[in-house]
Design a protein around this ligand. Sequence first.
Ligand code: CMC
Length: 392
Amino acid sequence: GGVFTFDPGYTSTASCESTITFIDGEKGELLHRGYPIDQLAEKSHFLEVCYLLLYGDLPTPAQLEDFEFRVTNHTMLHEQMTYFFRGFRRDAHPMAIMVGVVGAMSAFYHDSTDITDPWQREVASIRLIAKMPTIAAWAYKYHIGQPFVYPRNDLDYAANFLRMCFAVPAEEYEVNPILSRAMDRIFTLHADHEQNASTSTVRLASSSGANPFACIAAGIACLWGPAHGGANQACLEMLREIGTPDQIPEYIERAKDKDDPFRLMGFGHRVYKNFDPRAKVMKQSADEVLELLGIEDNPTLQTAKELERIALEDDYFVDKKLYPNVDFYSGIILDAMGFPTSMFTPIFALARTVGWISQWKEQLSDPAHKIGRPRQLYCGATRRDYVEVENR
Ligand code: CMC
């Protein structure tokens, strides 16, 4: 019984109260705990933003040092987890490996699965944030058939990740500071985004009392789809397929054609009806990084900029308020760093983990939280009597 509203896609349902992230979609504004994303991207760094999201305020120097120490202390994976990686086919998508390995963490870290214990919740949070770069890097190494590279805790979070992805044992590997700063900024830009599909998935999974690793695995699974985090891979593949600016009008026409399922990847957003502020920073970052690397005449970047220009002048995109989103320029930077497109979404997952965890912690500490249980409008058959198989 009871009255409820029909809201497919939850376009007008607030599922929780939250103090973490604020988005003004009309203005194109994104705030974490009140701080604008462009200030955080420029002046802060990923682990500081992690602290901000998790605990509500920017850390003091001592708090930051303590937090960085705790994260760094947990970067290693249980050695037996290497067998989990080895159980996958080599051609497995790294996201498939991550869903499996993160879910399997619940079988390894028994002292951080009791969600009623605040200390265990804290340890689970730190473990997930600390181990995600190792998991993503190992998914990549396994996929390309190279040996796993162990974390090196004298490096910062982004540099350590790059090294685990690109170093080869017995060979020197210096992390390029331009790349590690750009990597850190990409992490920062993806850290949280309030109640998007994967975050809502984490909250819904957790509402039953499921363990944290299972909940984050559910979030990773949801993120994978091309309408969500999978858009960064799909976007770069689309830009490559377009190839040269003269091909752009054809793709624009296809995106507008209702009979063609093709959409411009990296364009449009449920909440932003203006520029995605993350895309603005990402575009600027793409310019900077490619210039510093001396590859500013990158054809994919030229195609992306031209596509953006044409789309933003086209009535279809103007009327529907479709602007570039975070996924539009990130792939160009990741590609310049040497990542294959299959690693783009794992990098998104790695960075979003802190957002998922912050939202999960907030939900568990809310005394009013209850199991998520949407209703439906039933449109099926009315009551009818069973018919024996020989009489059908
Ligand atoms: N290209 C062409 N048309 C589009 C696009 C696009 N990228 N996005 C939306 N539209 C049209 C859509 O066809 C619809 O037209 P109509 O009203 O005539 O039926 C209208 O715009 C509204 O679209 P919608 O699908 O009802 O909007 P939504 O809020 O349900 O979807 C979205 C949001 C992000 C899934 C969608 O814009 C999309 O598929 N974009 C491409 C994939 C993408 O870039 N996703 C990344 C999102 S940002 C961060 C992240 O999660 O990774």
